[in-house]
Design a protein around this ligand. Structure first.
Ligand code: NAD
Ligand code: MN
Length: 361
């Protein structure tokens, strides 16, 4: 079997963690009997510096020709305030790819890990078994507002981003959520602010309609602010949380608290709901480009490595390897080979090597 990955390092720690991810991908591909072809491209700041665009048509074309895209991370103070003509998607390289590839289903798992429990702020017993899947809508909502900008209203500057979701956008995403919930313990919470906003009234209506197709999945609507609170107070009661683009962004960083570091969290953004066959996806650590630690070789590789595991499951149809990576990560944590964000002294390269050495032969 041949598979093609487009590798996009991006900015800050991005190229560093991408490199760890590619080591894992090559290693797993050999075990899986996959002939891996890896192409490289520039994204976001790196692309801006070379081409004055956060993503070029050529990189988009390469992504369209690939089975999966592996991303390091993007962004940094040098580029955070550059304004580009065009829609919301033109302001950010990742958003450009998400928009054009319609990778709407953001899958962001986070769970507590025994050896890292003392890295969390929870007292013993509160989050020891936390295991949640935050599902973030990736292609719509306020972040992709078609009506956005700054203007003068009544002599004052006003910034605005229209929050809008149509029913088809919500429905395809909700179906993905229920299908994934079915594969887990089967409990899904959808969060919104339908108490105060029209867009979320429709959101709640559509998700509730979709829920009727999944009578086997326990389903609950919750207001997002309360959901964030309950998630921290009683994490064991949560399994799958469905959220819009903006709230999913915040909730997934919040859920990283269970895992002991933001650097631990993988993510997949899928262009179709997981069914029987391989689907196109973009894979990246949930965290950003961590400019504060860039260039020091100390970035935690786990989020990116586990993202590669998700790539083998969803885009290559080989779930066995995600489980093997997961086991190797747990073993490495137990053996105390940890980057500084986890309280250790290992470099990212050392931790990567330790994890890959612990894969079964
Ligand atoms: P960040 O996620 O980059 O960093 C937050 C904190 O987590 C920092 O203290 C950082 O050192 C730490 N951290 C993140 N990844 C880590 C890792 N692998 N190992 C160890 N520690 C890690 O958030 P920020 O500082 O607010 O944003 C920096 C830039 O990243 C901004 O330009 C932002 O727009 C961008 N960003 C990109 C993505 C993405 O590429 N998907 C996501 C979020 C933010
Ligand atoms: Mn984020």
């Amino acid at each position: 079997m041949r598979k093609r990955i487009l590798a996009l390092g991006g900015d800050g720690i991005g190229p560093e963690i991408l490199n760890y991810g590619l080591q894992a991908a090559r290693d797993l591909a050999i075990r899986a009997g996959i002939e891996l072809e890896i192409c490289h491209g520039l994204l976001h700041g790196a692309s801006w510096d070379a081409h004055q665009a956060f993503c070029t048509a050529e990189v988009l074309h390469m992504a369209q020709q690939a089975d999966a895209v592996l991303v390091g991370a993007v962004g940094g103070p040098r580029w955070d305030n550059i304004r580009v003509p065009g829609g919301a998607e033109c302001q950010d390289g990742l958003m450009y790819l998400r928009h054009h590839l319609q990778t709407y289903l953001g899958v962001r798992p986070s769970r507590a890990r025994g050896p890292l429990l003392d890295r969390t702020p929870f007292r013993s017993g509160v989050a020891d078994r936390a295991d949640v899947l935050i599902l973030r809508e990736m292609c719509g909502g306020a972040m992709f507002a078609t009506e956005r900008g700054q203007r003068i209203i009544g002599g004052k500057r006003q910034g605005f981003d229209l929050t809008a979701y149509d029913e088809a956008e919500v429905a395809r995403f909700a179906h993905g959520g229920f299908q994934l919930a079915r594969r887990r313990r089967g409990h899904l919470v959808s969060c919104d602010k339908s108490n105060v906003m029209e867009s979320y009234k429709l959101w709640r209506e559509v998700v509730t309609e979709v829920s009727k197709d999944y009578p086997d999945v326990a389903f609950e609507n919750m207001f997002a602010d309360n959901c964030a609170y309950q998630l921290m107070m009683r994490p064991h009661d949560f399994n799958v949380v469905l959220a819009c683009n903006q709230m999913g962004d915040v909730l997934s960083d919040l859920a990283a608290v269970f895992a002991g570091s933001l650097g631990m969290l993988p993510s997949a953004s899928l262009a179709a709901n997981p069914g029987t066959g391989p689907i196109f996806g973009m894979y990246e650590s949930t965290a950003g480009s961590a400019p504060d630690i860039a260039g020091q070789g100390i970035a935690n590789p786990v989020g990116t490595l586990l993202s590669v595991g998700m790539m083998f499951t969803h885009s290559f149809g080989q779930p066995k390897f995600e489980l093997q990576l997961e086991t190797a990560v747990s073993q490495t944590l137990r053996d105390g080979i940890l980057t500084p964000d986890l309280g250790g002294t290992a470099t990212g390269a050392q931790m990567t090597r330790a994890i890959l050495e612990r894969l079964p032969v």
